[in-house]
Design a binder for this molecule. Structure first.
Ligand SMILES: NC(=O)C1=CN([C@@H]2O[C@H](COP(=O)(O)OP(=O)(O)OC[C@H]3O[C@@H](n4cnc5c(N)ncnc54)[C@H](OP(=O)(O)O)[C@@H]3O)[C@@H](O)[C@H]2O)C=CC1
Ligand SMILES: O=C1O[C@H](COP(=O)(O)O)[C@@H](O)[C@H](O)[C@H]1O
Length: 503
């Protein structure tokens, strides 16, 4: 870790308060911040340094996963925070910012390494990057890095344009594109499990795996974000970035101790091997859904079109499920089923790997079908479960499922933003999205965007509190598969593996 000036655009915003300050605080408590570490928060509001520090402190109390009680350490942490007024469009504000940054760096007596964190709306990414370059803020003796939040573009063309503009001020090596799913501890473990466990390594291919199911289900609706979400939908908001990143992390085959460059190269290979969809036949592989009124944990909730700020005739997707195929020697013939949606039965992000049954004659789902599954629980719970089919000693001729479980408590593991900010401060890009991945993701998604825009794909409805449209079940059923581990509707929302019995 080196001395760093952390220049935070959007310092008074929601993301900064909910994620960035708590993450920095936890890094501070874990002695992962350099002694010469300063934050300069920016926004249009007139805020004194003291008021800014009080706001940061409040955000720790409201959102930190750790109890904030040791006032001496909180005070010591807050000393690093200063605030400057800056309106993105005012070039003179960048000149004032440069003066402040230099003053702080001189005070610390440190090499001026600068991390510019853009926690602002996407319409500001380009002007900020260009003004950093024009004002000289980016010309310090030390390193400079740009951390950029999603969304990275609205479609393929706008993403390419954004990247071109950013590249006028920052090289690819200096750009850290945040995809917070890549910061989730279990996602960071995926390649390690596969690389370091000979059993998993040997099974990680189309000879043994029947299908892979990736789910990110949310119980929340559009919340306060109608203006953003109604123009974006589940495809852009979750699928193009988080879901495809999960697919890449699961499907890459890496040699042990791979470098960041190798990880990114292999992810790119996965995206290049993803079979493109035929725009004229998107509905064969993609299910688009929108929630109607229903109940979440027994509490009635309105349908999407009745949410505040959503137009009555909105055709926006709040759910998407898709079948993807990777055309490479390891994965050819293994369907990857991906789904994500708002207002679903439970909050759960997980990957389920279903293994093939060597002796099974037919591919249809049988009554007492007990599959061999490997389940990665990513959030909100963290854990891994191996479900094995075994003989039931009390019930001759029958089988039962046995489970090998490993689960951690959420207090024990760092949050995604802690991992990511720590990596960016250390110059480790392994868990950030490289431009190649982002561009290939948009390229793969673009025919679906076009089909949605032209309404050539049906928009199926699903009741809030369900597992999505019935057609998403059909997508798997036609291949002889079904989604595993969906919690029964109208029962507790905890996921329970069927017939759980631990060794
Ligand atoms: N909130 C979240 O959970 C997530 C957010 N993101 C992304 O992070 C980014 C920030 O989101 P969020 O914090 O929710 O947004 P907010 O609207 O809560 O905050 C926006 C911030 O930008 C500042 N700002 C707005 N206009 C200007 C301007 N003209 N010049 C300078 N500063 C300005 C605001 O300060 P002021 O009003 O004082 O100028 C405020 O600090 C977005 O790109 C979003 O997509 C990504 C994932 C999750
Ligand atoms: O990026 C986003 O992610 C959240 C879901 O994140 P999670 O960590 O809670 O799974 C989603 O609610 C939001 O719409 C999207 O922009």
């Amino acid at each position: 870790m080196e001395a760093t000036t952390f220049v935070l655009f959007g310092a008074t915003g929601d993301l900064a308060r909910r994620k960035i300050y708590p993450a920095l605080y936890n890094l501070f408590l874990d002695h992962k911040l350099h002694n010469s570490f300063a934050v300069i928060g920016l926004g249009r509001r007139e805020v004194t340094d003291e008021a800014y520090q009080a706001m940061v402190e409040r955000s720790l109390r409201d959102f930190s996963r750790r109890e904030v009680k040791d006032t001496a350490s909180v005070r010591s942490f807050l000393k690093a925070f200063r605030y400057n007024v800056l309106d993105v469009g005012h070039t003179e504000d960048y000149v004032k910012l440069l003066e402040r940054v230099e003053q702080v760096e001189t005070g610390m007596g440190s090499t001026p390494n600068r991390m510019f964190y853009l926690s602002v709306g996407p319409e500001f990414f380009e002007p900020i990057a260009l003004n950093i370059e024009a004002s000289g803020l980016g010309a310090a003796k030390g390193w400079k890095r740009l951390v950029i939040e999603k969304p990275f573009g609205h479609d393929l063309q706008s993403a390419q344009e954004l990247n071109l503009t950013l590249s006028k001020a920052f090289t690819e090596e200096e750009i850290y594109r945040i995809d917070h799913y890549l910061g989730k501890p279990m996602v960071q473990e995926l390649d390690v499990f596969q690389q370091t466990n000979p059993v998993l390594h040997a099974l990680w291919n189309n000879r043994y795996i029947a299908n892979v199911q990736i789910t990110a289900a949310e119980t929340v609706g559009v919340e306060e974000r109608a203006g953003y979400y109604d123009h974006v939908g589940a495809l852009r908001d979750m699928f193009q970035n988080h879901m495809l990143q999960l697919l890449m992390m699961l499907a890459i085959r890496l040699p042990k101790d791979s470098s960041a460059d190798e990880v990114r190269f292999k992810k790119r290979e996965v995206m290049e091997a993803l079979e493109p969809l035929d725009e004229a036949n998107i509905e064969a592989s993609v299910i688009r859904g929108q929630y109607t009124a229903g109940a979440i944990k027994g509490i009635p909730v309105p349908g999407y079109r009745s949410e505040a700020g959503i137009s009555a005739g909105s055709m926006n997707d709040t759910f998407i499920a898709a079948r993807l195929q990777i055309d490479d020697p390891f994965w050819k013939g293994v369907p990857f089923y991906i789904r994500t949606g708002k207002r679903m039965k439970e909050k759960s992000t997980r990957i389920v790997i279903e293994f093939k049954e060597p002796l099974k004659q037919s591919s249809t789902v049988e009554e007492d079908d007990i599959p061999n599954l490997l389940v990665f629980e990513i959030s909100p719970n963290e854990g891994i479960t191996l479900q094995l089919k075994a003989r039931d000693p009390r019930n001759k001729g029958k089988f039962k499922a046995v489970h090998i479980d490993f689960h951690t408590s959420s207090i024990e593991v760092p949050e995604a933003y802690e991992n990511l900010i720590h990596d960016a401060l250390n110059g480790d890009p392994s868990f950030f999205a490289h431009w190649n991945e982002v561009e290939l993701s948009w390229k793969w998604v673009q025919p679906i965007l076009n089909a949605f825009a032209g309404n050539s794909v049906p928009l199926y409805s699903y009741a809030a509190g369900s597992h999505g449209p019935a057609e998403s079940d059909q997508l798997l059923a036609q291949d002889g598969h079904h989604w595993w581990l969906d919690a029964p509707v109208d029962e507790a929302s905890e996921i329970t593996l069927p017939d759980a019995s631990n060794f």
